[in-house]
Design a protein around this ligand. Structure first.
Ligand code: PGA
Length: 252
């Protein structure tokens, strides 16, 4: 019903030559993904986007890892939506927990970026997730509720099919400490319920919700077997072609 989506997040990894080498090696993987009706892609550093997109064309999704809410102006170090569109990039991660932690990205700021992307017919991959402290205090759901409600504020129902949500508990990112599939499913189904409360069942049945946090070829299948988990956002295991392919073959 909902098409599976596997999105790599390279974070601050891969020089341009390394990114080009990776992109050139993806043809067989993207053919296999297409044949099996799985959407697959990578979120690259800005510097790699143009070259990677040119090589993979439409075969893989190519996403940025952030974007400015503003179209142009005196914002040193930022990259705008028109700049991404000029190189045919139409997906962006928004609100990754590393940006929330190190760059003071709030759900309000994420909301402005999500609205700007949707106004430009682009796809936001909106990340949410709680800290270990919040998890241990048993406050995950109230924390996630605030992130979802604030992040989606003002998003029209007709734009929701383009929105992807990624649940990534911060305590499981890059730590090798996975959330169990039961925890991941509990929160992903809770997010679907929040979307249902905001938009009704047509939208909530359609929206894709990913799990992220130490997903590897050897554990991806257990997550994707859960009914509300439609794919994965993968950091470390998206960096080598072997692992990237392994993520796909493990779920086929
Ligand atoms: P990880 O990162 O797979 O290395 O844990 C996931 C992410 O932060 O998107």
């Amino acid at each position: 019903m909902r098409k599976k989506l596997l999105l790599g997040n390279w974070k601050m990894n891969k020089t341009l030559p390394e990114a080009i080498e990776f992109a050139k090696g993806t043809k067989e993987i993207s053919d296999l993904a297409k044949k099996n009706k799985v959407d697959m892609g990578v979120a690259c550093p800005y510097i790699d986007l143009y070259a990677v997109k040119k090589i993979v064309k439409k075969h893989l999704i190519v996403a940025s890892q952030n974007v400015s809410k503003d179209d142009h102006g005196a914002f040193t170090g930022e990259v705008s939506i028109p700049m991404l569109k000029s190189i045919n990039i139409d997906w962006s991660i928004i609100g990754h927990s590393e940006r929330r932690a190190y760059d003071a990205e709030t759900s309000e700021k994420c909301n402005a970026k999500i609205l700007a992307l949707l106004n430009n017919n682009m796809t936001p991959v909106y990340c949410c997730g709680e800290s270990l402290e919040t998890f241990e205090a048993g406050k995950t759901k109230e924390f996630i509720k605030e992130q979802i409600i604030t992040g989606l504020n003002g998003v029209k129902a007709e734009d929701m099919p383009r929105v992807v949500i990624a649940y990534e508990p911060i305590w499981s990112i890059g730590t090798g400490k996975n959330a169990s599939k039961e925890i991941a499913e509990d929160i992903c189904s809770y997010i679907r319920k929040l979307v249902h409360d905001l938009y009704g069942s047509k939208v909530s049945n359609h929206v894709r919700i990913l799990y992220g946090g130490s997903v590897k070829p050897n554990n991806i299948k257990e997550y994707l077997s859960e009914k509300d988990i439609d794919g994965a956002l993968v950091g470390g295991a998206s960096l080598s072609l072997t692992d990237f392919k392994g993520l796909l073959t493990s779920i086929l």
